[in-house]
Design a protein around this ligand. Structure first.
Ligand SMILES: Cc1cc2nc3c(=O)[nH]c(=O)nc-3n(C[C@H](O)[C@H](O)[C@H](O)COP(=O)(O)OP(=O)(O)OC[C@H]3O[C@@H](n4cnc5c(N)ncnc54)[C@H](O)[C@@H]3O)c2cc1C
Length: 264
């Protein structure tokens, strides 16, 4: 089987993010980057399928600037076999549709039986890219999977997806695209051997012309949405303690909630 995992390099969740209001995106200097945690679930699941079925290639694909190669290498250290880096200035300022267009064009050039994505990227947070890639490739998609089992025919799979207070079990055809929910697996730590081997694994770069796309179809020009404003949430006001005997304090609290906070 050939399994493609879409992985995104994102700011470390422990990083304090500052927004550049002029450029309408985050300030990127001095930030530590990681593979989006939900994409690690995708790579781990692909590796578990490979261990179970054998004769499987795990390919990681990312769109991002030059530094995103590091994310591909982190996946190599976990055990992924090869990588594709979609890297071109023309891809800058992509919205989710332009991102999905670029990823789908790249995946069309790779032989695949299954695509696994994260449920969402922990920075952009839209949960749109996986579904859009599936639509552009005209394949079925199952979101938020919690468990999967590829059938012996390798043409279908049984997939559990999370619902509010339960799980849904579906049979799905391959090729299809799945997005991973937390709890699907526990991503492995890279081994020393894995880290040592990362330099030998191939990374193929794809530019806009390699993908057979025009600059108008990608990046800002190919985007259907435009960020008009980006700003941090207002700072939280300090809490207030209502002093006094409980009976009086409760009355005062109710008054404040009704007249000042206007929530009751
Ligand atoms: C006008 C505009 C300008 C923007 N400018 C920039 C910019 O300059 N730089 C920038 O970094 N972002 C920019 N963004 C944000 C960018 O659109 C999103 O980060 C991107 O489209 C992915 O969306 P998401 O993070 O919400 O992914 P989600 O839909 O939440 O991700 C779901 C899954 O899709 C896959 N995926 C998502 N993105 C990628 C990727 N790049 N490569 C591989 N797999 C991926 C992963 O498997 C991920 O788990 C801009 C957005 C807009 C609207």
């Amino acid at each position: 089987m050939n399994i493609v995992c879409c992985i995104k390099q994102v700011p470390d969740t422990a990083t304090v993010i500052k927004i550049d209001p002029e450029e309408k995106h985050i300030q990127r200097e001095g930030i530590t980057y990681i593979v989006s945690p939900y994409d690690e679930f995708a790579v781990e699941e692909a590796l578990q399928i490979k261990e179970k079925l054998g004769d499987t290639t795990v390919t990681v694909v990312t769109m991002g600037p030059e530094r995103a190669k590091e994310a591909l290498r982190q996946c190599f250290a976990m055990g992924a076999d090869e990588g594709y880096h979609l890297v071109d200035d023309a891809f800058d300022d992509s919205d989710t549709y332009a991102t999905a267009t670029t990823l789908a064009a790249a995946i069309k050039k790779i032989d695949f039986d299954l695509i696994i994505c994260g449920k969402h990227a922990v920075d952009g947070d839209t949960s749109q890219v996986g579904a859009q890639v599936a639509e552009l490739l005209d394949i079925p998609q199952v979101s938020m999977i919690m468990k999967e089992e590829i059938n012996d025919d390798k043409k279908t799979a049984v997939v559990n997806r999370q619902l509010e207070g339960g799980e849904e079990v579906l049979e799905v055809q391959l090729p299809s695209l799945w997005t991973c929910q937390k709890g699907l697996n526990e991503p492995r730590y890279p081994t020393l051997k894995g880290i040592m081997g990362t330099k030998k694994k191939p990374i193929t770069d794809f530019t806009v012309s390699d993908l057979g796309l025009s600059p108008e179809e990608v990046g800002l020009l190919g985007s259907k949405t435009d960020v008009s404003k980006m700003y941090p949430p207002p700072p939280r006001l300090p809490g207030r303690i209502v002093e006094g005997e409980p009976e009086e304090a409760v009355k005062e609290l109710a008054k404040l909630l009704r007249e000042e906070a206007k929530v009751i």
